[in-house]
Ligand binder design. Structure first.
Ligand code: SF4
Length: 912
């Protein structure tokens, strides 16, 4: 295969400059205006068009994007979307200076295209047909790709006929009651850690403690429950996988492991391979489960491919179809679909490819037997280890889904997030956006919406023609749903012209929030809220009328659910297996909508009356930079672990909640309260093992005393100097997006010129997972971000050697927080939250035994009472910025002398 240079120039831009490489292979620096003129005139080879567009201040920039070409040629394969990542993947020399990057792009394009002619190209099947369709859609690469591909002798199989079908299998028998033998548990652990692994006593005691949760349960409603704090580095995952896999093998049951971050899901995916080294067995025994909105819906994809999407969205659909044919499990969010792909298309059309609105027609779908969601759900019924997430476990329990597949042995890793996951899961929100979703689900599309979306009447036409009462219920529901908000509701509310009873209620909500909000956000253009108290006449009238309208919708939906249940029991002749499965699917979606409506009605019933002490209710307007996008009434549990305990914990036989920071730098009381253990009538076991890391010698906490609060220039300057002192490798954590953006805007150019690139959440048009991949891959890069990065970043080695927090991470003083603070002990409640956040952020630095790093807080007001958030013995020093810079520079040069240079050590990216 020969890589012939292409007749296109290439363009590269960063914060330190812009370069073009012409077709003669010569690169030169150019100005912004000239660059924009060039790309507008001729297609240029580039990498990540939205990012380049942002750098040039030309958001509509397009061209021959190498990432799109890569996604076409190597679907479902990972690549770090940077010049260095591209060079590494293609085996090219990484450019030594930015001026050489545009030249690299031309080389990479030729090499990728030459690969289309290589006889061993693995992903050839489907490429020719896909290229034809992409040519019709004017995909910029279609011409070049088309020239390299030859028409296959036989017509290629259409994606939908190519995918495997799932097989129906007999339900799994209940697991046997067994007690795990400690010697056998430790032998399994030895086997998993492998010969020659260091002897870790902490990991052994942890595994032995976890084994107890698998003992036969003594009392119904009282699971064997363990709360376990296991410091970073003890080898927690293998510590619980050993007893879990042993129990599964001996008892024949499934263990669900629930995580909060994708980083841990990926780590578990890797580590469970040690249990089942054979790939076929691994695929059968270990299944990753996520919420259905994460997976590609093949019916939606088919619709998109057949004209439902236009322009760039249609191109994305074809690239997604290429990926779907090679994907392991069809997971579009955090699976093997590159996170950067959808952002290249500015997320245009992505959500319409998943089943977000619960419109699945189950067995009525022609792709039902190949459906990724159904496949994952069935596979998990036979698996030994199911890797899920907190939200999915809770949603299944709350909505009574997959009863026969209900987890009875559960391990919640990253257990410190259980409270927050439950808080969002069990909250009710009567808002315009939520109400319009229910209207669309019942009525179907009312405008020329793209897609195949259909209302209840179309989805249940067979039921309506067979069962008169069911038909009448559908018609009444359709009629009643017209009282819910429809398209354009926000505009009508802003103009003071609501239509229908629910819009009228929202209109009152909006007026009351604007009148009463006293937060600082009013002028800043962000969310507004006010308590639901002292409600007056017009609001009470609007509530009564809206409640009547909702009740009028709920009644026929409940009746319809009863008719479907009756029909399933009766089993008429026409109801074959698929029709029955479809009815069961409809019943489950109906149950979910009825629960939502009932929740709204009970929320409305309390307005004007006494408050329910178990809940916190308030009115809100969601805004972003001054633009309203939703508003309504919110209800959260004061303590969301109450429903978790009832629905998830009590029905289980064995459960462990574990984390490196379960006590959040506090005591067991915190762990019991945040996990819901306080609501169990029987005692829970508690276990603790400290991290084996030598924190006093590996880490240092520095509190900088001379950066003034509110001094943005000072804050930005401090960040820039700290990053320079450390030579990059810095994770910058912010508590407000606005401050993050300001700091980024002030320092990005300066840093790029020093060869220390900065990436930022909420600024770069790149998804968070990809930002972390880039950060991990480039030891001189730094990453700025907010909450999600505080404990979703697992970057061992020198790529992360400094964490800088701009201030103490105080909780946002909103209505919900105020209520919980009041109930939880005032200042001590706040301190528990801050300690937990500090402990999580600090935990990013030392990920393995040879890591070293600094944790810097730019807040002189940091209270000493929070020092207990850090591991015992960690040096905590208050000093000026100058002293901090000297300290960091000295430690960097010490590390370089001891051989831990940034260039050599980032390669060892082993899991902890
Ligand atoms: S079964 Fe449902 S989710 Fe699956 S492809 Fe069909 S419509 Fe989509």
């Amino acid at each position: 295969m020969t890589a012939i240079p292409l007749p296109y120039p290439a363009l590269h831009a960063s914060h330190s400059g812009i370069w073009i490489c012409n077709t003669d292979g010569v690169s030169r620096a150019i100005g912004k205006g000239e660059a924009i003129g060039c790309v507008a005139e001729t297609p240029h080879i580039l990498l990540n068009a939205p990012l380049l567009g942002q750098r040039l201040g030309y958001p509509d920039l397009s061209g021959l994007d190498l990432l799109e070409l890569y996604a076409f040629i190597h679907p479902a394969q990972f690549i770090v979307p940077t010049p260095a990542g591209l060079a590494k993947t293609l085996g090219l020399a990484a450019p030594e200076q930015e001026a050489d990057v545009a030249h690299l792009y031309r080389q990479a394009a030729s090499l990728l295209l030459a690969g289309l002619e290589a006889p061993h190209w693995q992903e050839r099947e489907g490429a020719w047909s896909s290229a034809q369709a992409l040519y019709r859609l004017r995909w910029p690469w279609a011409g070049e790709v088309g020239q390299k591909l030859t028409k296959p002798a036989q017509a290629e199989r259409w994606l939908f006929s190519k995918l495997d079908e799932w097989e129906e299998e007999a339900p799994r028998p209940a697991p046997r009651s067994i007690t795990l033998d400690e010697t056998a548990t430790l032998a399994t652990l030895d086997q998993l850690t492998g010969a020659g692994a260091e002897d870790r006593q902490g990991q052994k005691s942890y595994a032995a403690a976890v084994a107890q949760i698998f003992n036969p349960r003594r009392i119904k409603g009282a699971p064997n429950m363990l709360l376990a704090e296991a410091g970073t580095g003890i080898g927690k995952t293998l510590g619980y996988l050993a007893p879990a896999s042993l129990w599964s093998q001996q008892a024949g049951g499934a263990v669900w492991i629930s995580t909060f971050t994708k980083a841990l899901q990926r780590q578990l995916d890797r580590e469970t391979r040690r249990i089942y080294p054979d790939e076929a067995t691994f695929r059968k025994k270990v299944v990753v489960r996520k919420g259905r909105e994460n997976y590609l819906c093949l019916l939606n994809l088919e619709d998109a491919l057949q004209g439902g999407f236009a322009g760039r969205a249609a191109i994305l659909a074809h690239l997604v179809a290429r990926w779907a044919a090679y994907s392991k499990d069809g997971d579009m969010v955090g699976g093997d679909l590159p996170g950067w792909l959808t952002t290249l298309f500015r997320r245009n059309g992505t959500t319409a490819l998943t089943d977000r609105r619960g419109e699945c027609v189950y067995a009525g779908c022609p792709h039902y037997r190949k459906c990724f969601i159904e496949k994952a759900s069935r596979a998990s019924q036979q698996a030994d280890i199911v890797i899920a997430n907190h939200a999915l476990v809770m949603v299944n329990a709350a909505r009574g889904r997959e009863q026969q597949n209900r987890p009875t042995r559960l391990i919640f890793d990253e257990g410190h997030h259980l409270f927050d996951a439950a808080d969002s899961m069990f909250a009710a929100r009567l808002s315009g956006q939520e109400a319009i979703e229910i209207r669309r689900w019942v009525i179907g599309p009312e405008s020329k919406n793209r897609g195949r979306r259909r209302g209840l009447a179309a989805r249940l036409a067979d039921l309506a023609s067979y069962d008169e009462e069911g038909g009448r219920a559908i018609e009444s529901a359709r009629h009643a749903a017209e009282a819910l908000p429809s398209d354009g509701w926000l505009q009508r509310l802003a103009e003071g012209e609501p239509f229908g009873p629910v819009e009228a209620l929202l209109h009152q909500v909006r007026a009351m929030v604007f009148a009463r909000d006293e937060s600082q956000s009013a002028d800043a253009g962000y969310g507004l809220e006010t308590e639901l108290s002292d409600v007056e006449g017009p609001m009470i009238d609007a509530v009564a009328t809206a409640a009547e309208a909702m009740d009028a919708l709920l009644r026929p939906l409940v009746r319809l659910a009863q008719r479907i249940e009756h029909l399933i029991e009766e089993g008429p002749d026409w109801m074959d297996g698929p029709a029955r499965a479809r009815m069961e699917g409809a019943l489950s979606s109906l149950g979910w909508r009825c629960d939502t409506l009932s929740g709204w009605l009970s929320l409305l019933a309390r307005i004007g009356g006494p408050a329910d002490p178990d809940f916190v209710d308030w009115l809100m307007i969601d805004r972003y930079e001054g633009r309203e996008y939703d508003l309504g009434i919110c209800r959260h549990w004061l303590d969301p672990t109450i429903p978790v305990t009832e629905m998830v914990t009590k029905p289980a036989h064995g459960m462990m909640i574990t984390s490196a920071t379960l006590k959040g730098g506090g005591g067991w009381d915190t762990a019991r309260a945040r996990s819901g253990a306080v609501h169990l009538e029987h005692a829970t076991q508690e276990f603790e093992v400290a991290s084996p890391f030598d924190y006093p010698n590996q880490a240092k906490v520095i509190i900088v005393t001379d950066v003034k609060r509110g001094d943005m220039a000072g804050l930005a300057g401090a960040y820039a100097q700290l990053i320079e002192a450390s030579g990059g490798g810095t994770l910058g954590l912010f508590t407000a997006i606005r401050r993050l953006r300001t700091v980024y805007a002030r320092i990005a150019d300066r840093m790029a010129q020093s060869g220390l690139p900065i990436y930022a959440q909420h600024v770069d048009p790149i998804d968070t997972g990809t930002l972390v991949d880039i950060f991990r891959d480039e030891p001189k890069a730094s990453l700025l971000g907010t909450d999600a990065l505080r404990d979703g970043v697992d970057v061992p080695g020198q790529s992360l050697r400094l964490v800088v927090m701009e201030s103490v991470p105080w909780p946002r003083p909103n209505i919900l927080h105020r209520a919980r603070r009041l109930a939880g002990g005032g200042t001590s409640y706040d301190d528990r939250i801050i300690r937990a956040r500090l402990a999580q952020a600090f935990g990013r630095i030392i990920r393995r035994a040879d890591d070293h790093g600094h944790f810097v807080i730019l807040s002189s007001a940091f209270p000493s009472r929070l020092f207990s958030a850090f591991p015992e013995g960690t040096p905590i020093i208050r000093m000026t910025l100058d002293e901090a810079l000297t300290e960091i520079k000295t430690s960097k040069s010490d590390m370089t002398q001891s051989g831990l240079s940034t260039e050599t050590s980032f390669m060892h990216d082993d899991p902890i």
